[in-house]
Design a protein around this ligand. Structure first.
Ligand code: ZN
Length: 139
């Protein structure tokens, strides 16, 4: 069995952002040389997510509104977590809802995604460098 590891780095200009990363994950699969196996993609930070859904702008705005309804950034005092002096209590909750990782089958050297599936990095406390891990195993 072969394995391949790669880190993708992101620094979003805004506090919250959704970044389409399917092509970067596909590139890692090509680099791995693995034809049949599994590809794990996970955020390495507890205020960011990796998830799969439609690549559609309206949907991204819907996420933003929905997540702000669930866990608004302000007032900061709303979150016990912010008593530590941080201001990202909301970002931890948003990450919990949107998930930590995805696993995608690798078939014939390609990501075996459904017709409308795309891989995204979800940032909830950005404007600093953060990492996503890609780990591919197979043969
Ligand atoms: Zn925090």
């Amino acid at each position: 069995m072969k394995s391949y590891r790669k880190e993708l780095w992101f620094k979003t200009r805004t506090r919250r952002a959704f970044v389409h990363i399917t092509s970067q994950v596909e590139e890692a699969v090509r680099e791995s040389g693995i034809r049949e196996g599994l590809c794990l993609v996970n955020a390495m930070h507890i205020t960011a997510s990796v998830f799969i859904n439609d690549n559609e702008q309206g949907l991204h705005q819907d996420y933003e509104r929905w997540l702000e309804d669930l866990a608004p950034h302000e007032p900061l005092e709303r979150y016990l977590h912010n008593r530590t002096g941080e201001d990202n209590g909301d970002a931890h909750l948003k990450r919990q809802v949107m998930g930590r990782e995805v696993v995608v089958a690798v078939t014939g050297g390609k990501l075996d995604l459904g017709p409308w599936e795309a891989v995204f990095y979800g940032e909830f406390d950005g404007r600093r460098r953060k990492r996503v891990l890609v780990k591919i195993i197979g043969e």
